[in-house]
Design a protein around this ligand. Structure first.
Ligand SMILES: NC(=O)c1ccc[n+]([C@@H]2O[C@H](COP(=O)([O-])OP(=O)(O)OC[C@H]3O[C@@H](n4cnc5c(N)ncnc54)[C@H](OP(=O)(O)O)[C@@H]3O)[C@@H](O)[C@H]2O)c1
Length: 337
């Protein structure tokens, strides 16, 4: 009997996920029904939003069931097809499972175009995080040339793309990040005007103010918490805040209370807008065309942190909350055929 391995949600974490959150399970390898294909995972994505799916709470994404396999963005190879549009050997991407093999409806997979770049990029700069950066910045935050754009988690999958797109748009770009190595990557390689290591800066508010002498016109927020508290007093009149994520709170067991900063929006008349990349499903191709053109023309750089081995997927996921990744965090899976 052919088997495959899956990671199941073993228990709902309270606070930070631990190894007890996950269970590695060997199951019979599924066979595709009519209209389906069997996909062998080559790269699996781990993403911060997955923490929300481990919680049994109302959200934009359904909670996962305890004892069931978890879902993930995957790039994989079709190894068996009962779907007219795909054949063995095709490289596809879609939402599958934390699994070495999974079946999927052929209609729900997208073929990866290797001309756009290495196939792993379909989970990063040329996938959901890249598209998030593209529309979150250009459609929600709408930066103008000469404006100052601040990005929290600037060295992450989304943040690193946001900063480069803002620079290409003629903005002055400042990122926050959790290590000197990340900060150096932003300024030395990606062309950010300044980067602040929030973990080693004594006075974050002063450091951001110093890096933004003309105030802040756009804040692309991936993090929330103290970094956002430090940014808000510097928001200019008619500035825009794109609320992309709030990772600093994903493991919180209670809603944090603290100084209320909403009054500062009266003075700045800032617009604060949350958004979801899934709202841009119908414009996905537009973002990918533009992002892949920028990559081809050497205008856009990307980085991937690749964890080797399916058995290490939980560590890769938990590392997101420790800032272990630079750029997009992936898991490289090398299952038996
Ligand atoms: N709205 C949407 O549709 C959408 C779509 C995709 C992603 N998102 C959100 O966008 C954000 C970035 O996602 P991503 O996939 O690009 O992840 P990422 O930035 O590649 O990885 C997460 C990063 O967050 C930082 N971080 C973790 N815990 C933190 C804390 N307590 N305080 C400050 N920084 C912390 C870490 O970097 P440091 O070293 O800098 O700490 C870590 O590397 C997440 O909040 C995610 O939920 C939203």
């Amino acid at each position: 009997m052919a088997t495959t391995r899956q990671w199941h949600l073993a228990s709902r974490p309270v606070g930070e996920p631990t190894h007890d959150t996950f269970e590695l399970v060997t199951v019979e390898r599924p066979e595709p029904a009519d209209g389906e294909v069997l996909v062998k995972t080559l790269y699996q994505s781990v993403d911060p939003y997955m923490r929300g799916r481990m919680r049994n709470a109302e959200s934009y994404a359904e909670p996962w069931d305890v004892g069931e396999p978890m879902q993930a963005g995957v790039v994989g190879e079709v190894v068996d097809s009962k779907y007219d549009g795909l054949e063995e050997g095709d490289i596809v991407t879609g939402t599958l499972l934390w699994a070495e093999h999974a079946v999927a409806d052929g209609d729900e997979l997208r073929q990866v175009n290797p001309d756009h770049g290495p196939i792993s990029t379909a989970l990063g700069v040329l996938g959901m995080p890249g598209v998030t950066a593209y529309f979150g910045l250009l459609d929600v935050a709408e930066p103008n040339p000469g404006e100052t754009v601040v990005i929290s988690a600037g060295a992450g999958a989304v943040g690193s793309v946001v900063g480069q797109l803002a620079r290409l748009n003629g903005a002055r770009v400042i990122g926050t990040a959790g290590s000197d190595e990340k900060a150096a990557w932003l300024t030395d390689d990606l062309g950010f005007d300044a980067a602040i290591n929030y973990k080693t800066t004594d006075d974050l508010a002063a450091a951001i103010a110093e890096a933004c002498p003309d105030g802040i016109d756009v804040y692309f927020d991936n993090v929330g918490g103290p970094i956002t508290d430090a940014v808000w007093p510097l928001l200019n009149v008619r500035s825009r805040v794109a609320v992309c994520g709030q990772i600093s709170m994903y493991n919180a067991t209670e809603t944090p209370t603290g100084p209320r900063k909403l009054a500062q929006l009266i003075q700045s008349r800032a617009r604060v807008e949350g958004f979801l990349v899934s709202d841009y499903e119908h414009r996905w191709g537009e973002a990918l065309d533009q992002l892949s053109t920028f990559i081809r023309e050497d205008e856009l750089q990307y980085r991937e942190t690749v964890t080797e081995g399916f058995e290490n997927a939980p560590d890769a996921f938990m590392g997101l909350f420790e800032g272990e990744n630079i750029g997009k965090q992936l898991v490289k899976v090398d299952a038996d055929d």
